[in-house]
Ligand binder design. Structure first.
Ligand code: PEP
Ligand code: MN
Length: 268
């Protein structure tokens, strides 16, 4: 599928990177230049933020979308950003190349139907406690509404483990690729919750056959308004991208798991 001039799920490993939230124009433009120079093809950044607390930064809204547009003009990066509710889909679709549906919205069926009609590719994140079968069902809602351009995103699930923010279910990659033709990407940032673990999870994602990554990067993570703990600095991002080169060029390891008999639902 195509988002802007980026082709996703067609063999090349596509990295989407940028801050958790759009905070200022300077922050976003600086990050866009840095991630583009390191090889990212898509800029991420939330203008509308789903937060666990009503007292946390909620995002800049339309002003944030304008900043993202400016970053696209300056760098040529495609833009992925979240729409949190039906009313925002139209405006987000006007500014974004890919519309993100956050983990907390995976079961918001009216939102899914709305993005199914929006004419933009959709990045669908797995819910915190969603089975792969349920993720696929949400993808079907979008597809049924008329939009076949869906990217599935494994971003870690909630388990009894508390050492990391979530537990990366790397098995999701080969399973989803076996049961669907959709591109599958991994978000190591929300899975880990800790900056130092992001590069190794990214590497594992590449080896498992993911079509790309969604990674949080911030010019000054200590000062980030959201998710600073899991955001990479520019240098760390560049190093990670360099490290990934030899893993993305490895022959695919998926052939054995691509068996038609693997049924999500039956096995999950
Ligand atoms: C995000 O991408 O910043 C985000 C809020 O992710 P998730 O919906 O996976 O928690
Ligand atoms: Mn985030």
């Amino acid at each position: 599928m195509h988002a802007g001039d980026v082709s996703i799920g067609t063999g090349s490993f596509v990295v989407m990177a940028g801050p958790c939230a759009v905070e200022t124009e300077h922050q976003v433009l600086e990050t866009a230049e840095a991630v583009a120079a390191a090889g990212a093809r898509v800029l991420r950044g939330g203008a509308y933020k789903p937060r666990s607390s009503p007292y946390s930064f909620q995002g800049l809204g339309v002003d944030g979308l304008r900043i993202l547009r400016k970053a696209r003009e300056q760098t040529g990066l495609a833009i992925v950003t979240e729409a949190m509710n039906e009313q925002d889909v139209e405006i987000v679709a006007e500014y974004a190349d890919i519309i993100q549906i956050g983990a907390r919205s995976m079961e918001n069926y009216s939102l899914l139907e709305t993005v199914g009609r929006c004419g933009r590719p959709v990045l669908l994140k797995r819910g915190l406690t969603a089975r792969l079968e349920e993720l696929m069902r949400s993808a079907q809602v979008i597809a049924e509404a008329g939009n076949p351009d869906i990217i599935l995103c494994e971003r870690g699930i909630r388990t009894f483990e508390t050492a990391t923010r979530n537990t990366l279910d790397i098995t999701a990659v080969p399973v989803l690729k076996a049961v669907s033709h959709l591109p599958v990407i991994v978000d190591p940032s929300h899975a880990a919750g800790i900056r130092s673990l992001v590069p190794v999870l990214a590497r594992v994602a590449a080896v498992a056959g993911a079509d790309g990554l969604l990674v949080e990067v911030h010019p000054n993570p200590e000062k980030a308004l959201s998710d600073g703990m899991q955001s990479l600095t520019f240098d760390e991002f560049e190093e990670m991208m360099h490290d990934l080169q030899r893993y993305v060029s490895m022959p695919p390891v998926l052939e054995d798991s691509r068996r038609p008999l693997l049924v999500v639902g039956g096995n999950c």
